[in-house]
Design a protein around this ligand. Structure first.
Ligand SMILES: Cc1ncc(COP(=O)(O)O)c(C=O)c1O
Length: 394
């Protein structure tokens, strides 16, 4: 068992954190504990005041859950982590844990649509107001603070438009103002971006994406620092936030190979971004790890890598042309998710939800997830797509 995690590299933490084989018959992986009732040895034991991981009841988690909590928190640099049933469940938990009636939330205009919907629909119902801000605002966010602002919510880069936020500057203003900053770190993953090292208090994951990594389970995670530990854990316990042990096990299994998978996603995504930048039909490619991206300098300063999710804006396309391009693809499935081993494609509509800023683009935005297929096959398939687009547009 790993004795000292403080001097280990992230890849080593991914491999060893949260495991204790000798506690489980020597099995390398923590087994799947299926449990609702967990029996106590005696009345004295039942009555003994318990720590968070001793409160024995299935909903409170088992070693299966604690293993995933520990490996995510260790790699990301948080004080701890709560596993939720989906990314959206994690978003709801994070926001509810830091707000009360009369509070005000600042939220980036580029966030995942359902996060925005949760603020506008549910938080509003409980007397919490939300103002949306330009993701490029940086330290000027200071001017948007109200006396009752308690939360700043970011997503960097945004998972539709790939706009970067100045996370450290925004988080520093939040801290100065006594507010909690949180960021949806699904794109960054626990491996490539540590919100905590950049001044944030809470990190949110749709673990459904790269953490599970194989498109076969829904899962979420909220990682917290020491200052927010009690409020996050208390809200999770109060709401009954929970994920089933089979899905949690798949999340842990995904974490063990996260580094090698992401390395390949990134290599292929960079090659695809380069190829797309050279296409005459493309206005711009949205992928911060590429040097031509508007957010590249921020990404390079704050992130240690990039995943396989990106976008590109076409100069022009009719609906018929776009359908001919997308429907004929062999290797890119049309599905509203990402982070699995397979490539995906979607037409996106980033202007639909924005209120603080407008989305300016000459043609449609296509979002793609670059999977683990050979890059030459992915490029050939996309190339044939552009040919169909041209034919159908003439
Ligand atoms: C950036 C981001 N955050 C959160 C979510 C929500 O995750 P889930 O689908 O697991 O609820 C998604 C899902 O698409 C996402 O892309």
């Amino acid at each position: 068992m790993m004795k000292d995690k403080s001097n280990k590299h992230p890849e080593t933490l991914l491999t060893h954190s949260g495991r204790d084989p000798q506690a489980h018959f020597g099995a390398v992986n923590t087994p799947i504990f299926r449990a609702s009732t967990i029996l106590q040895a005696s009345m004295a034991e039942y009555k003994r005041p318990k720590g968070p991981r001793e409160q024995r009841y299935g909903r409170r988690g088992t070693p299966t859950t604690f293993t995933l909590e520990d490996v995510i928190a260790d790699v990301e640099g948080g004080a701890g982590c709560v596993i939720a049933s989906s990314g959206l469940n994690a978003i709801a938990l994070a926001l509810l844990s830091q707000t009360k009636a009369g509070d005000h939330v600042l939220m980036a205009d580029c966030v995942y649509g359902p996060a925005r919907n949760f603020a506008n629909k549910i938080l509003a119902r409980f007397g919490v107001t939300t103002t949306f801000f330009d993701p490029a605002i940086g330290a000027d966010i200071d001017g948007m603070f109200q006396d009752n602002t308690t939360v700043v919510y970011m997503e960097a880069p945004g998972s539709q438009t790939f706009e970067m936020c100045e996370v450290p500057a925004i988080a520093a203003v939040a801290r100065k103002r006594g507010a909690i900053s949180m960021t949806d770190n699904t794109w960054g993953t626990p491996l490539f971006f540590s919100p905590f090292a950049h001044g944030c208090d809470i990190s949110i994951h749709a673990a459904t994406k790269y953490i599970v990594g194989h498109s076969d389970a829904m899962l979420g995670a909220v990682t917290y620092n020491e200052a927010t530990e009690e409020s996050v854990r208390d809200m999770a316990g109060t709401l009954g936030v929970f994920a089933g042990p089979d899905d949690v096990y798949l999340g842990t299994r995904g974490m063990r190979t996260l580094a090698v998978r992401l390395r390949q996603h990134q290599e292929s995504a960079l090659a695809m971004a380069d190829w797309l930048w050279n296409r005459p039909e493309v206005d711009r490619v949205l992928y911060p790890p590429h040097p031509k991206d508007a957010g590249h300098a921020l990404w390079k300063r704050d992130f240690t890598g990039g995943c396989g999710l990106m976008g590109f804006v076409l100069k022009e396309a009719t609906d018929t042309g776009l359908a001919a391009m997308l429907d004929g693809l062999e290797l890119y499935g049309m599905g509203a998710s990402w982070g699995g081993f397979e490539s995906l494609i979607l037409p996106a509509d980033p202007g639909a939800n924005r209120t603080a800023t407008t989305w300016n683009a000459p043609g449609p935005l296509i979002r793609i997830h670059i999977g683990l297929e050979h890059i030459d096959d992915l490029i050939a398939d996309m190339d044939a797509g552009f040919t169909r687009l041209a034919r159908a547009s003439n």
